[in-house]
Design a binder for this molecule. Structure first.
Ligand SMILES: NC(=O)c1ccc[n+]([C@@H]2O[C@H](COP(=O)([O-])OP(=O)(O)OC[C@H]3O[C@@H](n4cnc5c(N)ncnc54)[C@H](O)[C@@H]3O)[C@@H](O)[C@H]2O)c1
Length: 264
């Protein structure tokens, strides 16, 4: 262990699920410190208790330019640099079809889902840009099997994750040769991923869906639903300056084989 020795990272959506597992794994890999952007103020104390002075935690809204600037500033103030940005906070739409929504809900949910899943990634990239150029670091964004396939969300979520792919590709183009920009695309994962407030689904969690684990496992070629830590090695690999020096504009699929799903 130790691929990220001395590195400093920042993880958005790091209070739960995949983001929280990435924070832990980066520290296990020798990272000097991790700035963590959370939504829920309870996660500030939890993360600090778990990782002590290896983390600085900021509670806010990833759609806020000021909050993005704040966590970057706090992270760099603590450790003097930033090597890796992991944009990861997200909301899912619980596969809500467009006809299930009123026309006003389509407009509101679009703004919310794209705000968290796309705008916030662009804001984080902007806030971290100068520091990442200086360290010749990298950005890693959490996408989804929904960045490549239909059927893992409703149209708003799937469109937002496809947009995330476009963002990665263009940022990689713009930031080369200084900063590598890549993604990880998980498939179904047991996390408390929530829905949008605009759909009244912000208290609903993916992990609470009845039969989720069995049903999704049955339709996935590798026949299991991942736990958050099972994706974290991909983030480590992409963040590693030694092991991924030639890799940019790339997305690692960690979805149990969605490309080779049998047709139903
Ligand atoms: N769980 C899955 O099946 C799955 C599959 C594919 C992709 N993903 C993606 O993985 C990423 C992480 O999700 P997860 O599954 O770990 O769920 P999660 O809910 O545990 O993590 C998402 C985090 O984003 C935070 N967040 C949401 N809106 C925010 C806001 N406005 N401001 C600040 N923080 C906000 C939440 O508080 C939460 O901690 C997301 O981008 C999601 O789309 C998840």
């Amino acid at each position: 262990m130790g691929w990220l020795k001395g590195q400093v990272a920042l993880v958005t959506g790091g209070g739960s699920g995949i983001g929280r597992a990435v924070v832990k794994r980066f520290l296990d890999e020798g990272a000097e410190g991790v700035g963590v952007f959370v939504r829920n103020p309870d996660h500030v104390a939890q993360l600090t208790e778990e990782h002590g002075d290896k983390v600085v935690v900021h509670a806010g809204d990833v759609r806020s330019p000021a909050d993005n600037d704040a966590i970057v500033t706090k992270t760099v103030a603590r450790w003097g640099k930033l090597d890796t940005l992991v944009g990861n906070a997200g909301v899912w739409d619980f596969m809500t079809g467009i006809e299930k929504l009123s026309i006003e809900q389509v407009a509101e949910s679009f703004v919310e889902v794209f705000g968290v899943n796309v705008l916030a990634y662009a804001l984080a990239a902007r806030a971290a840009a100068a520091h990442l150029r200086k360290s010749r670091g990298s950005m890693i964004f959490t996408l989804s099997n929904s960045a490549f396939h239909a059927g893992g969300g409703g149209p708003l979520y799937v469109a937002s994750k496809h947009a995330g792919l476009g963002l990665i590709r263009q940022l990689a183009y713009d930031f080369a040769p200084d900063v590598r920009v890549n993604g990880v695309a998980p498939g179904a994962t047991m996390t408390p991923l929530r829905g949008p407030v605009s759909l009244g689904k912000n208290e609903r969690r993916l992990s609470d869906i009845k039969g989720f684990e069995e049903n999704i496992a049955a339709s996935t070629p590798l026949k299991f639903v991942a736990q958050p830590h099972e994706h974290t090695g991909h983030y480590v690999l992409l963040a590693s300056k030694e092991n991924s020096r030639a890799t940019t504009a790339h997305v690692i699929h960690s979805d149990g084989g969605w490309d080779i799903r049998p047709l139903r």
